[in-house]
Design a protein around this ligand. Structure first.
Ligand code: TXA
Ligand code: MG
Length: 342
């Protein structure tokens, strides 16, 4: 398996060289680790889909080091995009805009729009600057599985399929970027993520909530990758309907059957009574959503590896990062007839 390489300048320069040559390099961002490829090289982009086992109808986010790098990938940057960029980039916000002819159709899954962001991580920024090319990067996990927030997570799932993993330590934000569609008449939220909706609305006014699961990609409103099931552990996960303050966590809205094996709890804050659970992962002892987000995917992975029969997860208050966390939980939840979705 591919060892993770500490992200010295030499390692970053090597990564940049590999990217320019059309190879795959996993790198840290502030949200999750990305699986990077030269965005303007269709063969390199095709390797990303192959390595992840990702269907080609699911478009990729293109990363650049600065606004100039972004500007040449779009038809034009509307004023609203400039304002969002000035406030939130580098950072966990992805903007969807009409693409320029430079961007290959494979990157956008045939959509006339492209998803773009400037990541807020020193290793990612140096890699992008040294490579001097836009880099298409989905989260560096196998399609439909749990997103990676450490280099070891990447090595686990993709270590034998890619050319280099740059290790930048655990990701600070821990959930993927917020995806905002600016290609239509009104700004539409396609995926809640690391930039809270409230902060976006404070800057640009009301944002429409995209109904991404019911719209075809061709409508331009859907985020084709936001399939109902995604971020999924192998252990069936059930959401606890009860409020986060309920004294006794229980299997909540789990099916009527009781499991014969053990149950694990993914708790937002320290539970008062968790006796019925074999393993408890507390995301933030004092209920801080930022801390919970940073711990979320790693905790879910540990529960998935604990040999449990079920995982029960507490939901989060639907504000700030809680919106993104609830979205990931809903997509991770067990579905009898569900098929995995990136
Ligand atoms: O934080 C992140 O966004 C991470 C890091 C690596 O940057 N990347 C990430 O990529 O989460 P991925 O591929 O796992 O998710 C990309 C999301 C998908 O939901 C995809 O459908 C959506 O962005 N997307 C990409 N291009 C789009 C487009 N042209 N129109 C609508 N949605 C798009
Ligand atoms: Mg993903």
């Amino acid at each position: 398996m591919l060892p993770e390489s500490p992200s010295s300048s030499t390692a970053i320069a090597h990564g940049a060289e590999l990217l320019r040559a059309g190879r795959l390099v996993a790198f840290p961002t502030e949200t999750v680790y990305g699986l990077g490829a030269h965005a303007l090289d269709e063969r390199a982009v095709a390797r990303v889909f192959e390595a992840k086992g990702r269907p080609r109808f699911d478009p990729l986010i293109v990363h650049a080091a600065d606004l100039e790098g972004i500007a040449r990938l779009v038809v034009r940057l509307p004023p609203v995009a400039e304002r969002l960029a000035a406030r939130f980039w580098p950072g966990p916000l992805t903007l969807v805009l009409p693409k320029s002819a430079l961007v290959p159709d494979l990157v956008t899954a045939g959509c006339p729009t492209v998803a773009l962001r400037i990541p807020d991580h020193p290793v990612a920024l140096e890699l992008l600057r040294v490579a001097g090319i836009p880099v298409a990067a989905p989260s560096a996990n196998l399609f439909g599985r749990i997103s990676p927030t450490t280099a070891a997570h990447v090595a686990d799932q993709l270590g034998d399929r890619i050319d280099l993993i740059l290790d930048g330590g655990p990701c600070r934000v821990g959930v993927e970027s917020t995806v905002l569609n600016l290609a239509g008449e009104v700004a539409t939220l396609l995926r809640p993520g690391g930039t809270p909706l409230e902060e976006i609305e404070r800057l640009i006014g009301r944002v429409q909530i995209g109904n991404s699961e019911s719209l075809p990609p061709s409508s331009g409103l859907a985020s084709p990758g936001t399939l109902p099931q995604h971020y999924a552990p192998r252990t069936p996960l059930f959401l606890q309907g009860a409020s986060i303050h309920s004294a006794t966590p229980s299997a909540g809205d789990c099916p009527g059957v009781r499991p014969t094996g053990s149950i694990g709890l993914l708790a937002f804050r320290a539970p008062t009574d968790a006796r019925e659970f074999a393993v408890v992962e507390v995301l933030s002892r004092h209920g801080d959503l930022g801390e919970a987000a940073a711990n979320f995917f790693a905790a879910l992975r540990r529960l998935d590896e604990a040999g449990l029969e079920w995982i029960v997860a507490e939901t989060f208050p639907e504000v700030g990062l809680g919106r993104a966390l609830n979205d990931r939980l809903r997509r991770a939840a067990f579905r009898e007839t569900g098929s995995a979705g990136g």
